[in-house]
Design a protein around this ligand. Structure first.
Ligand SMILES: [Zn+2]
Length: 336
């Protein structure tokens, strides 16, 4: 049996936020709602959203786990019927997890386009274990491109890199199907790959037409919903990034690390690794350790540990030796 979960309404465009009231009505959402944002996204859009629909607002300040607990208390106290997450990946993740635990729906109002979590059912809050938690996808996504366009360029570049990394995630999925007989969904894989190809193809103009990136991230989230797992958008390059998150004192952004991981994994797949690298460069995402701000030894360590971080078969198979890891990172120009 397959269980496919998708958002019921997705609106992308300048001024989309002003459609929020209509969307809520169309979706039949009733009762008290709570807007979740952080101090920055409250300024950018949270207050506008609150005024638009006359809801109360909760501003996060602590760690994701403690915030989820506090939001759950608010939900109980004020009989909240649905949540509206207004922010980047972290806020959407907190909202997603709180809504899932409370058994209520939520809307996603991204203020940045830094990873595919804005539509997907997965939660990937940085923590020790586990890597990703399965929750529900948003019932609606309201992506206001006029707001997202103003997000720091670095976040948008990271979003592009996260989509580009679908390229190696799909290659890994195909490999797992071929060598391990793992379930492979053509539709989800094709959708995830197409999103990567569209971003790579439009790398030069994507910063001028942010809707391409937003649609690619939404499609990636939909691919995850169709697959019923993050497989189409998360392979060895993501494992590499997850290890960096754990071992580095100052990790880079999720999408940035996945992008650099994707260059190296594409090389191992004997695929178009130079095209991956050049596309990342065009969207102004990091292409090496130095640009990530991560020391070479962490890159090597992450490469040797990436196969162990989760039970997911990838091109790393039984893992890379230290020598092989150094060689790979050097050949692809990730370390000097
Ligand atoms: Zn990702």
């Amino acid at each position: 049996m397959k269980y496919i979960e998708l958002p019921r309404r997705v609106i992308v465009g300048d001024g989309a936020i002003h459609r929020l009231r209509d969307v809520i009505e169309e979706l039949g959402l009733k009762g008290n709602s709570l807007v979740i944002s952080d101090p920055t996204t409250k300024e950018i859009a949270g207050d506008n959203v609150r005024r638009e629909i006359d809801a109360s607002i909760y501003t996060t300040r602590g760690t994701p786990d403690s915030e989820v607990e506090r939001i759950l208390l608010e939900i109980k106290r004020d009989e909240i019927r649905y949540l509206i997450g207004v922010g980047g990946g972290r806020i959407i993740d907190i909202t997603k997890l709180a809504a899932f635990k409370a058994g209520i729906p939520f809307l996603s109002v991204p203020t940045a386009a830094s990873h595919d979590g804005i539509t997907s059912p997965q939660v990937s809050i940085k923590r020790s274990t586990p890597i990703s938690i399965k929750a529900h996808c948003p019932i609606g996504v309201i992506a206001d491109t006029a707001i997202i366009r103003k997000a720091p360029e670095r976040l948008l570049a990271a979003g592009c890199a996260d989509v580009i990394s679908n390229y190696t995630a799909v290659l890994d999925w195909k490999l797992a199907n071929k060598e391990r007989g793992e379930y492979y969904g053509d539709y989800a894989a094709t959708l995830a790959m197409m999103s990567a190809q569209i971003v790579m193809h439009n790398a030069e103009k994507i910063m001028d037409d942010i809707s391409i990136l937003v649609e690619a991230l939404i499609s990636s989230g939909v691919a995850i919903g169709i697959a019923g797992s993050s497989r189409p958008c998360s392979g060895a390059e993501h494992n590499f990034s997850h290890v960096l998150d754990r071992i580095c004192p100052n990790p880079a952004l999720h999408g940035e690390q996945c992008g650099v991981g994707s260059i190296m994994m594409a090389y191992l797949h004997e695929a178009e690794w130079e095209r991956v690298r050049d596309s990342l460069k065009k969207v102004k995402a990091p292409i090496n350790a130095k640009e990530l701000g991560i020391e070479d030894n962490y890159i090597v360590e992450a490469l040797t540990k990436a196969h162990k971080i989760r039970d997911r078969y990838t091109i790393l198979r039984d893992g890379l030796s230290r020598e092989k890891a150094i060689e790979l990172a050097k050949i692809t120009g990730v370390i000097e």
